[in-house]
Design a protein around this ligand. Structure first.
Ligand SMILES: [Zn+2]
Length: 470
């Protein structure tokens, strides 16, 4: 990724103007009449009942299945959807879903264009990419309405915690905003129209972080949005410098795009002095979950259906790979799509009172799992680092079945005893058969899109792609 030459050559005030113009155009495509209509409807249905939500799901699923059958070549051979069941919408939904086989990424890869709905004029199609690891992303198509519905889900969450559409805020996304060669602050740009301060993720070195902290204290904002890894890096630096934000400055922190790891949450909430509301979504517009004050992830039921292929079950939860069916993406419908993420669904309703399905967590992709030589799949390894106060950042990389590389950014207090404790902690999860190589780094490299990955397992990915036969 490189910055456009013209933009890169502009002085900062003109770059701010360009960011403002881009922000204005972005808002025009997002905050459409469809967005406002859906937001109003969903604010109301989000306070209704589980039965009402199932009723909405059944209507939307029926419409989706009928359209897919008629207008989407991939689904053309499928039987017509089951009739709706007014008396018991949940049963109606189950019957309709049962008519669709599970959709694998491999099925989509064969012929993505066979998923395009023919009743949507080509000029209305926007082109995106499937989520997934770099190199395996596939093209997909969506409409402005899909985008509007995605933002309706986002803004239902935000408005529910008292944030308004035009409140000032900080943003830590993956955009390239600041030329790489720039060696002086500001490492942020301003979208004045959207009252947004956009920070560069690509200049967050130890030497530059104090400038970021100055800006966070000086610039007014009501909330911050961003990747958990970036907010964590900054939060760590704020706490180390004894400069957390004053309580009451921010009302909320919104994280998305990466798994919010256990060790990140505490640091971020402490440093930014506000509660985190995480969100789980994917670029297929096939699923959306938004967190509540209890820290659980509620399925945005009006947006789609999430099924769990149960691999583990006890009295409190079911856990397994997710099958998602999105109502928003009318251009390339994904029905019962195995998205590649594993989730844990609670069996009880959330204490916060919001109706519908609720997840304890969605903890990662198949490639977030380390596979041991004896064939065990170990997920949630980021939890190892939650208690490791002597480690600033950590990542586990598995290239072969025999070994894992544990990359750490040690803090000054990381000594032989801390190392022994860390190894013991890792052994307690991965067993004795796998080799552990500890590597010390100054910083942990981000993915090309600026994201941080806690676990990168080529072995997990390979086995996952060989048929999901876990
Ligand atoms: Zn809740």
């Amino acid at each position: 990724m490189t910055l456009d030459g013209l933009y890169a050559a502009m002085p900062v005030p003109l770059q701010n103007l360009a960011c403002t113009w881009a922000g204005y155009r972005r808002a025009r495509t997002r905050f459409t009449p469809h967005f406002h209509r859906r937001l109003r409807e969903w604010q109301e249905s989000g306070r209704s009942s589980r039965e009402r939500l199932h009723g909405i799901q059944q209507e939307r699923l029926f419409a989706l299945a009928s359209r897919a059958r008629r207008h989407v070549p991939h689904y053309a051979k499928l039987a017509l959807p089951e009739p709706r069941c007014e008396a018991d919408p949940q049963r109606g939904i189950e019957a309709m879903l049962a008519a669709f086989p599970v959709l694998e990424k491999a099925d989509y890869r064969v012929d993505p264009e066979s998923f395009i709905a023919a009743d949507i004029p080509p000029r209305r199609l926007l082109k995106g990419k499937t989520s997934g690891t770099t190199g395996t992303a596939l093209p997909l198509w969506y409409t402005p309405e899909a985008l509007a519905e995605e933002y309706a889900a986002v803004w239902r969450l935000r408005t529910s915690v008292g944030i308004g559409l035009f409140d000032p805020h900080f943003s830590f996304g993956g955009q390239l905003l600041v030329p790489m060669a720039q060696a002086r602050p500001p490492y942020w740009r301003t979208n004045a129209w959207g009252r947004q301060t956009l920070f560069s993720l690509y200049h967050m070195t130890r030497a530059n972080l104090p400038h970021y902290i100055d800006a966070l204290h000086a610039i007014p904002a009501a909330y911050v949005q961003g990747y958990p890894s970036s907010l964590h890096l900054l939060g760590r630096a704020m706490l180390d410098a004894g400069r957390p934000l004053p309580a009451g400055k921010l009302r909320a922190i919104f994280t998305s795009s990466e798994s919010l790891l256990a060790f990140q949450r505490e640091t971020i909430e402490h440093a930014f002095a506000a509660p985190i509301f995480d969100r789980y979504g994917t670029s297929e517009f096939a699923v959306s979950m938004t967190a509540c004050r209890e820290g659980l992830l509620h399925v945005d039921m009006e947006f789609g259906i999430v099924e769990v292929e149960i691999e583990e079950e006890n009295e409190h939860f079911v856990r397994g790979p997710l099958l998602v069916t999105g109502f928003a993406n009318d251009a390339t419908p994904f029905i019962r799509y195995r998205i590649g993420d594993v989730g844990t669904r609670a069996k009880r309703p959330c204490p916060c009172g919001r109706p519908g399905d609720v997840f304890l967590d969605v903890d990662g992709r198949i490639e977030d799992y380390v596979v041991t030589p004896d064939g065990r799949w170990i997920g949630r390894l980021d939890h190892i680092f939650k208690e490791q106060l002597d480690v600033a950042e950590a990542q586990i990389v598995q290239e072969t079945p025999e070994a894992i590389e544990v990359r750490i950014v040690p803090r000054p207090s990381f000594d032989a005893r801390a190392e022994a404790g860390l190894i013991k902690e890792i052994r307690s999860r991965v067993g004795d058969q796998i080799r552990i190589e500890l590597v010390r780094l100054q910083e942990i490299p981000r993915e090309p899109n600026g994201k941080f990955r806690a676990v990168k397992s080529a072995v997990g990915r390979q086995m996952g792609e060989e048929g999901n036969n876990r």
